[in-house]
Design a protein around this ligand. Structure first.
Ligand SMILES: *[C@@H]1O[C@H](CO)[C@@H](O)[C@H](O)[C@H]1NC(C)=O
Ligand SMILES: *[C@@H]1O[C@H](CO)[C@@H](O)[C@H](O)[C@H]1NC(C)=O
Ligand SMILES: *[C@@H]1O[C@H](CO)[C@@H](O)[C@H](O)[C@H]1NC(C)=O
Ligand SMILES: *[C@@H]1O[C@H](CO)[C@@H](O)[C@H](O)[C@H]1NC(C)=O
Length: 555
């Protein structure tokens, strides 16, 4: 008995000792954590607040100072930095864009010089944009002349002196701030009377996708634009049949000779390669039930090819930010293009995050048939290599990354010469606004222009020189203790020259205050609120659009 009692009290002692040990280790770890330089740098600012600052901030709660934060250090933000919008009839010289940013097809001598291409895009617009002899506005009697065209107004989208360009994107699920950023970047930069934005919503998995979007609380801000016709919500269902144009070269291939039409019992004849011809002579690409059961995982890879074949225009992934008017690229004849896959050498290595095709064209039909033949595989590099092998990649222009995704080459360690402005080493940088990252990081490494005039923080009324006098109750803002202080980032220096910036799906949870993305969001909101212009100096002519939400984690 005594023996087992002793054993029992021994076990209790061991247990108590272990608990004490655990508590000791726990407090040690937590203690270390709180004083570790890592946590310090993310929770504090470089300077320890003085007693009075600390008292003020403690007394008022952390949100007060951030609400007093000035929007920018730049005293005169130049929103209209791109000058007037390119004329509605402008074409882009594809040859020049390719030569200047890639070099020759064999040597690719300029492909890696992203900074040079950016400078060219920024400074030589007057060389690569031009108005052709027979401008688009004169190509149909139905088009008003540029002088007659009705400009956009609050109620009316206006009329276009030329063809309307269609922009497409694809989305699954409810709207988020990412959708908002995409749509606002479109509205902020494109020529709206001459453009339409089609948002394709996945109705294969959610048959109510459109109704749900119409009721979506975040998307509500865009509903007046849906009513006005700027934005078109469309249900995406993988089609079982896709119409094909009847093309001369199909006939030349022998198998599709028109003469062969024999009325059939079903009203159509299979003519091979998944194509049927109806008795009225029209040809259709038909998916087999088996193909329909095994729809690709990467549906969006296929959507862009089908939608562009049917409607033409340009497809942009939802993580694309439009930075300037893309119309000149899209009204140019033979405007089929995609982007290079980073700095890959192979002429078939396309990326299709931004892609344009002419509707019902020989090329769009060819790409579509190819992707379906390969088992609905529309991976851009597979489709691209197919097109190259078949000698069709010349029709499908490959632009370099500087035009649409200026840091991709940098990110893949492929860049030569100057870095972009700003110089990002990774995609996350666009979302960072923290003080340490603002001052370090080398994002201005390539910038050689004039310094923007900034408001000296110590001379400003709301930022007193003497910390002792800082009183947030009287509207004083304290720069020193702010984790996301204002800086000199403005849209003017955000990859200026590029048509788009690609977030590349490397989203942060939310953009930090005063990050580049936040600066863009506020420029957009100022435009929609009527107190700032867009990049072309234009005022907003449309229904009002609610600003971005303020994220609680930053207040
Ligand atoms: C396009 O640029 C090339 C040189 O890069 C030039 O030879 C050609 O004449 C230009 N085309 C037009 C229509 O300006
Ligand atoms: C493409 O062809 C189809 C069928 O031939 C037709 O319905 C459609 O309007 C055409 N689309 C364009 C943009 O020309
Ligand atoms: C912004 O500030 C940074 C650091 O203070 C500086 O290197 C850069 O040149 C400034 N940029 C502009 C456009 O003034
Ligand atoms: C412009 O409007 C926005 C949104 O209403 C507002 O937050 C901002 O303070 C305004 N800016 C100026 C300079 O008036």
């Amino acid at each position: 008995m005594a023996k087992s009692e002793r054993a029992c009290s021994y076990r209790v002692l061991v247990l108590v000792r272990n608990i004490c040990y655990a508590i000791f280790m726990y407090s040690l770890t937590v203690g270390l954590f709180y004083v570790s330089p890592f946590t310090k740098s993310t929770h504090d600012t470089s300077k320890t607040p003085t007693k009075s600052e600390a008292a003020i901030n403690a007394g008022l709660g952390s949100g007060t100072n951030s609400r007093l934060r000035p929007a920018s250090l730049v005293s005169n933000i130049n929103d209209a930095f791109l000058g007037p919008r390119p004329h509605v009839d402008s074409y882009a010289n594809y040859t020049m864009l390719v030569e200047r940013c890639r070099g020759s097809a064999e040597k690719l001598e300029r492909m890696r010089k992203v900074g040079d291409c950016m400078t060219f895009l920024r400074e030589k617009e007057s060389e690569y944009l031009y108005i052709p002899q027979n401008p688009p506005s004169k190509q149909s009697a139905d088009f008003p002349t540029p002088e007659e065209a009705i400009p956009a107004s609050k109620e009316n989208i206006g009329t276009c002196p030329g063809p309307i360009v269609h922009y497409h994107t694809y989305w699954t699920g409810p709207a988020t701030w990412r959708v908002e950023l995409f749509v606002k970047s479109y509205l902020y930069t494109q020529n709206l009377p001459c453009s339409r934005l089609h948002i394709w919503l996945d109705a294969d998995t959610n048959p109510n996708a459109i109704e749900d979007m119409k009721k979506d609380k975040l998307f509500a801000r865009f509903m007046p634009l849906v009513k006005r016709g700027d934005i078109i919500l469309r249900a995406w269902k993988f089609p079982m049949r896709i119409p094909l144009p009847t093309l001369p070269e199909d006939q030349a291939m022998g198998k599709n000779s028109k003469k062969a039409i024999i009325p059939s019992a079903t009203g159509e004849t299979a003519i091979g390669d998944g194509v049927v011809r109806k008795d009225d002579g029209s040809e259709w690409l038909v998916l087999t039930p088996r193909q329909m059961t095994f729809l690709p995982v990467a549906v969006s890879d296929a959507v862009r090819f089908i939608v562009l074949h049917l409607y033409g225009g340009v497809y942009c992934d939802m993580d694309i930010l439009m930075l300037k008017d893309m119309r000149p690229l899209l009204v140019t004849p033979e405007h089929s293009f995609a982007e290079r896959w980073a700095a890959h050498l192979h002429p078939g290595d396309y990326n299709t995050a931004v892609m344009a095709l002419s509707a019902n064209s020989s090329l769009s039909s060819y790409l579509l048939r190819g992707g379906i033949r390969m088992g609905l595989n529309f991976h851009p590099r597979i489709i691209g290599r197919m097109a190259y092998k078949d000698g069709r990649s010349e029709e499908f222009v490959m632009f370099e990354t500087a035009l649409f995704d200026p840091i991709w080459t940098e990110f893949n360690w492929g860049r030569e010469g100057a870095c972009t402005i700003p110089c990002f080493k990774d995609y996350g940088q666009a979302f960072v606004g923290e003080k340490g990252a603002v001052l370090g990081g080398g994002e201005w490494d390539s910038y050689t222009g004039k310094q923007l005039e900034t408001t000296p923080i110590h001379k400003r009324g709301q930022i007193p020189q003497n910390a002792e006098k800082i009183d947030p109750t009287k509207g004083d803002y304290n720069f020193e203790v702010d984790r996301y202080p204002p800086n000199n980032r403005t849209m003017e220096n955000f990859f200026r020259g590029a048509f788009t910036y690609h977030i590349h799906n490397q989203w942060a949870k939310h953009p930090q205050p005063n990050s580049w993305i936040d600066v863009i969001e506020r420029a957009q909101d100022g435009f929609f609120a009527g107190n700032r212009t867009n990049v072309y100096g234009e005022s907003w002519h449309g229904p009002s659009i609610a600003p971005y939400d303020i994220w609680p984690e930053f207040v």
